[in-house]
Ligand binder design. Structure first.
Ligand code: ADP
Length: 950
């Protein structure tokens, strides 16, 4: 057996030297030409290989020839045989062909075939074989066989080799063609797949909504050859939010489809907790992978992720329709569709976000315009009801609240009084009022008022008692209304939803409440100023009532009444207090007419209360302090409580009446209907009233004293006039008797006559003094009830006529000028007759003989003007000031001899002023005087129009 390396240059040389080669070569060449023709005609087919085998048999002059092709496992299959039929493949270690394939060299076996050659069974004993090699790879073997031993010449071996390399080229071409065919087919398939994918993507993009898009994607995957497709979306907590299926994975009722990987398995792969092979973005775990958590079938899934976001979904594919395992192409398609799905979802999310931010923007615009309105409207209204109603309305409209409460802090800051309730059971909240306010330790409302902070509470966090007030409420929010650090109230909203109020609701309500607080404060200030104006009006009218009379009993009644009314109490009592005995005596009591249901028993006027047993009362009176009294007050001593309860008095205010530091009485304002509190404002009001009342009371007391004195004075004057007149008449009588007897004594009586004249003058002075005193007293004590409307012009005429005789005695010219026909005056004729007569009389009296006196009576507007001018002695400026004082006489030089009492002008002034007029005068020493007055003209019909004071 001879071995030679195939394709070696040495072989070529050796073959070239072979003597028979030239003939063989010719034959071989023509055979090859034939084969080439065949090849050109039929292509690289088995038929051409058959020709090669036939050509070898004839050229090598052998009995049989065969051509074997090696497969990938290096098994050799007979593809063309001449006189050889062998169905079984040959392996490398068997026989001639196997030895050639194993050594990759030409094997010549002229004596005996290598062992194991299956053709030995067919009677062959010798043969030669050449390997078919291209690019160092074995493609097959060309072999010849003979039934007898023989010598294969070098030329024959050369032909075998030549045809082997030819056959190798043929086989290679055939394989390449087949591969090219396969390749072309694969390319066509891929092309088709891409076409599908393209179509799918286009259709996906055309879908109107996300869901339709995703359905399209799953269906596209199904069309690409997956029997079942599941698209699962989950949120950040790995909770499934959406599941779409296509193909037979669809299961009724939305339960988890069969064969679907549970979320936790995906999660573990996605997090890298478990290893998985990946191609593109797709996870692929073959069913036979022992590490796979998912054994029943291949696990193929693609995560859905976009940009920086984490994985938010998974597409799992199962059951390929052709039962094949996934190819890189199919995984690539899944990857593309998965990223498409991710894109679609992200797009939808962005759209959603855009829509939401548009919505938020709209909300913000809405809120801004609401705030703007709130500013405008709240600023424009000083009406508290309106301000609060608007606030509550806005709060409810903007949030998802079902119910709302707006409560205001009480003046004493003990709690809150519901002002507006919306959607509440009225009786639940209406139990809270000024006297029994919503406590500051109750619920979110109380907490917001206490801390000044916004409170947002969900169902379980809600205060139990408060929750009881709002049946059905499962969440609430309370925001304080504060102004300059002071809590004015609380707005509370509640909802039947468990988590209705979010951060933005709270900040909205805070903004709204800031505006509401400003408006509330304004409204409160306005209300306070209104209240103040009201109080002032009450106080003013009360003080007018109190001071409208000087009658002490009336003043006391007015004080009691105005105090009870001002405090809205049912009654009032005024008492005086004796410091030495600690006793209070009831002066007056007053019960408000409308307080019919009042139960208190008022003491009788005149009754005396011993304050020794009532220390709280006594102390307040002694220190001139006001005192708020409540039976319910635990600090009130038992004595006082007993005293009040006995009289069924529930509450009240004790107010000392103090004038010029002196306690002149005590007012007790009482409430017999219910317990009540008194605000500082109310106490202030009653204090103001008390100080005015005190002044009025003091005035009336003084007036009383004056009245008493006047009474005494009148009595004295009357007594004096009565008691003096009789002895004076006696004196005057005896003066005349003495005068008569002196006259009778003749010369001797002349001296006595002189004394008697002096006596007479003194007695007459006394007489006129008594007369004037009586007149004055009469004028002052005369009652206005006797007044009437009369014609003053007529009266003056009478007086002037009466004075003419006196004037004539002194040769004084008396002129009377008037420019009016009637002069109605409301008043006393006696008094005015006396006044005018005094003035004319004085003018005559203080004018030397031969002078003149001019009387004028005129009208200017509603005033009647009366004046008396003379050209008498006149009065020097230093004496003018005191002219109208009682008993004052000017005593100018030259007037010493003129008798008078100094009461005349004083009487004129009193009378004129009583009639609502005024007196006046002008005077110059040596030139004369003018005395005059004016009086209001009376309305002839309505007598009351003449203003009259006492
Ligand atoms: P009498 O009784 O003294 O007249 P009157 O009160 O009438 O008292 O007057 C007070 C004083 O005024 C008189 O004493 C007198 O000095 C002065 N008097 C009053 N009228 C005149 C007058 N017409 N001319 C000057 N003096 C007058």
């Amino acid at each position: 057996m001879k071995r030679r390396g195939a394709g070696q240059p040495a072989v070529t040389e050796e073959m070239a030297r072979a003597d028979t080669w030239a003939g063989v070569a010719d034959e071989a060449l023509s055979a090859l030409e034939l084969i080439a023709d065949e090849l050109a005609e039929h292509g690289s087919s088995t038929r051409v290989l058959q020709r090669v085998a036939g050509a070898v048999r004839s050229l090598v002059r052998t009995e049989a020839a065969g051509l074997w092709e090696a497969d990938e496992e290096r098994q050799l299959h007979l593809v063309a045989g001449s006189q050889i039929a062998l169905s079984v493949p040959l392996s490398l270690d068997r026989g001639l062909v196997g030895a050639c394939a194993a050594t990759l060299t030409v094997v010549v076996a002229g004596d005996a075939l290598p062992s194991g050659d299956p053709l030995a069974e067919s009677g062959f004993v010798s043969g030669a074989a050449a390997p078919l090699i291209v690019g160092g790879a074995l493609l097959g073997v060309l072999a010849v066989y003979d039934r007898a031993t023989r010598v294969y010449s070098a030329a024959e071996q050369r032909v075998l080799e030549l045809l082997a390399s030819f056959a190798a080229a043929l086989l290679y071409a055939r394989r390449a063609a087949a591969e090219a065919d396969d390749l072309a087919q694969a390319l066509a398939q891929e092309h088709e797949r891409l076409g599908h994918l393209q179509l799918a993507v286009r259709r996906i993009l055309e879908q109107p909504d996300t869901r339709a898009n995703l359905i399209e994607i799953t269906q596209a995957l199904q069309a690409l050859g997956w029997g079942s497709v599941t698209l699962t979306l989950f949120d950040e907590n790995q909770t499934v939010t959406e599941r779409l299926t296509a193909g037979h994975a669809q299961s009724p009722g939305g339960s988890q489809p069969d064969g679907l990987v549970p979320e936790e398995v995906w999660t573990r792969y996605l997090s890298g907790d478990l290893e998985a092979s990946r191609l593109y973005g797709v996870y692929y775990l073959p069913a036979d992978d022992t590490d796979s958590l998912w054994q029943p079938a291949d696990l193929v899934f693609a995560p859905l992720r976009f940009g920086q976001h984490g994985v938010f979904g998974v597409i799992q594919v199962q059951d390929p329709v052709d039962g094949l395992r996934p190819t890189p192409e199919s995984l690539r398609a899944l990857d593309i569709l998965a990223s498409q799905a991710a894109y679609v979802i992200e797009n939808a999310r962005l759209l959603d976000e855009a829509a939401r931010s548009a919505e938020r923007l709209a909300e913000q615009v809405d809120e801004l315009s609401m705030m703007h309105r709130a500013d405008r409207e709240l600023g424009a209204h000083l009406n508290m009801d309106r301000v609060m109603t608007l606030t509550m309305d806005w709060a409810l409209r903007r949030t998802r609240a079902d119910t709302g409460l707006l409560a205001l802090m009480t003046d004493d800051r003990r709690g809150l009084v519901p002002f507006i309730t919306m959607g509440y059971l009225d009786q639940a909240v209406s139990k809270f009022d000024e006297r029994n306010p919503w406590p500051l330790d109750l619920g979110a409302v109380g907490r917001a008022a206490r801390t000044g902070e916004t409170i947002v509470a969900r169902g379980p966090a809600m205060d139990e008692e408060e929750a009881h007030l709002m049946p059905g409420a499962r969440s609430q929010m309370a925001v304080p209304l504060s102004m300059r650090g002071e809590i004015l109230g609380v707005i509370m909203l509640a909802s039947s939803e468990p988590d209705a109020f979010q951060e933005n609701d709270a900040s909205f309500l805070e903004r709204l409440s800031r505006r509401a607080a400003v408006a509330l404060d304004n409204a409160r200030l306005f209300r306070q100023s209104e209240q103040l104006a009201d109080d002032m009006a009450v106080l003013y009218s009360a003080s007018r009532t109190i001071t409208s009379t000087l009658d002490r009993d009336e003043v006391l009644q007015h004080i009691a009444q105005s105090m009870a009314v001002a405090l809205e109490c049912s009654s009032a009592v005024i008492m005086d207090y004796r410091a030495d005995t600690h006793e209070a005596r009831i002066l007056t009591t007053y019960r408000v007419g409308t307080a019919r249901d009042a139960q208190e028993i008022l003491p009788e006027p005149g009754q005396v209360i011993d304050l020794a047993g009532l220390p709280t009362f006594l102390e307040a009176i002694q220190h001139q302090r006001s005192l708020i009294i409540r039976v319910a007050d635990p600090a009130l001593p038992a004595g006082e409580v007993f005293w009040l309860q006995q009289r069924r008095i529930q509450a009240g205010v004790m107010m000392p009446l103090v004038a010029q530091g002196e306690l002149i009485g005590v007012a007790l304002v009482l409430e017999g209907r219910r317990d009540r509190l008194f605000s500082s404002n109310e106490v202030f009001k009653v204090q103001t009233l008390a100080s005015q009342a005190s002044v009025a009371l003091r005035q009336s007391l003084l007036y009383h004293e004056v009245l008493e004195l006047e009474k005494i004075k009148s009595e004295m004057i009357r007594m004096a006039s009565h008691d003096l007149r009789n002895p004076l008449n006696n004196i005057l009588g005896y003066i005349e008797l003495i005068s008569m007897s002196a006259e009778a004594s003749g010369e001797a009586g002349a001296e006595i006559q002189e004394y008697v004249a002096s006596l007479r003058r003194s007695a007459k002075t006394i007489e006129s003094l008594i007369g004037d005193l009586l007149t004055l007293e009469r004028v002052e004590s005369e009652r206005e009830s006797e007044w009437q409307v009369f014609d003053l012009a007529g009266l003056i005429y009478e007086v002037v006529e009466g004075e003419r005789a006196g004037a004539a005695l002194k040769q004084i010219a008396l002129e009377y000028e008037r420019d009016l026909d009637s002069a109605p005056v409301f008043g006393s004729m006696t008094q005015l007759r006396q006044a005018t007569a005094n003035l004319i009389g004085n003018a005559v009296k203080y004018t030397p003989d031969g002078g003149w006196v001019k009387i004028r009576f005129t009208q200017s507007g509603q005033r009647l003007q009366f004046s008396v001018q003379d050209n008498g002695y006149g009065i020097s400026p230093e004496r003018q000031a005191r002219l109208f004082e009682r008993f004052y006489r000017a005593r100018e030089p030259g007037t010493d001899h003129i008798p008078g009492t100094g009461l005349g002008l004083s009487l004129v002034k009193t009378v004129v002023e009583r009639h609502g007029g005024q007196v006046w005068f002008e005077s110059e020493v040596g030139r004369g005087s003018t005395f005059g007055f004016w009086l209001p003209r009376a309305h002839p019909v309505a007598e009351q129009s003449a203003s009259v004071t006492r």
